[in-house]
Design a protein around this ligand. Sequence first.
Ligand SMILES: O=P(O)(O)OC[C@H]1O[C@H](OP(=O)(O)OP(=O)(O)O)[C@H](O)[C@@H]1O
Ligand SMILES: O=c1cc[nH]c(=O)[nH]1
Length: 169
Amino acid sequence: MTLPDPAVLLPRMAAELTRHLQAHRIDTPRFVGIHTGGVWVAQALLAALGREEPLGVLDVSFYRDDFTQSGLHPQVRPSALPFEIEGQHLVLVDDVLMTGRTVRAALNELFDYGRPASVTLVCLLDLDARELPIRPDVVGQTLSLAPDERVKLLGPAPLALERQALASA
Ligand SMILES: O=P(O)(O)OC[C@H]1O[C@H](OP(=O)(O)OP(=O)(O)O)[C@H](O)[C@@H]1O
Ligand SMILES: O=c1cc[nH]c(=O)[nH]1
């Protein structure tokens, strides 16, 4: 199966997000991307929406539930949220949603900064392999991979999806 082109998915996602925000009467959303791929997608989405505003960046490494098993990634960066979280309507963006564990970690981190009024979840690809009750509000495309396959977002520009074989243990 051919992987989709992010440049095709992003304008559709921008239109669907606009409809979602209007339907929920959200006028001033604050965008937060999950490092690394989610930040690239959030930047592309802001550009597609014609919005120029600071983007929050979350590195969820310390909040992962496999943190003690996997060790710390050498490029862990502090999160940077250039706006209040308390009472805000957040748009949380990631590139790939698979088990939902990264989004769980992101929500835990966000709630350590304050209580948002709402969180809208946007992802470029949904791999339909959830291990937690988390669902996206806006999704570029849903794909099912073979058990030994993974996808990787290459970026930041141009964005492209690459198929990878899962390294055997
Ligand atoms: O739903 P999950 O099973 O948690 O998987 C989704 C996460 O996997 C990838 O993160 P990765 O840690 O590879 O970071 P990256 O963005 O730097 O590639 C991807 O960017 C998502 O954040
Ligand atoms: O295939 C996958 C699964 C999880 N996260 C990714 O980035 N790709």
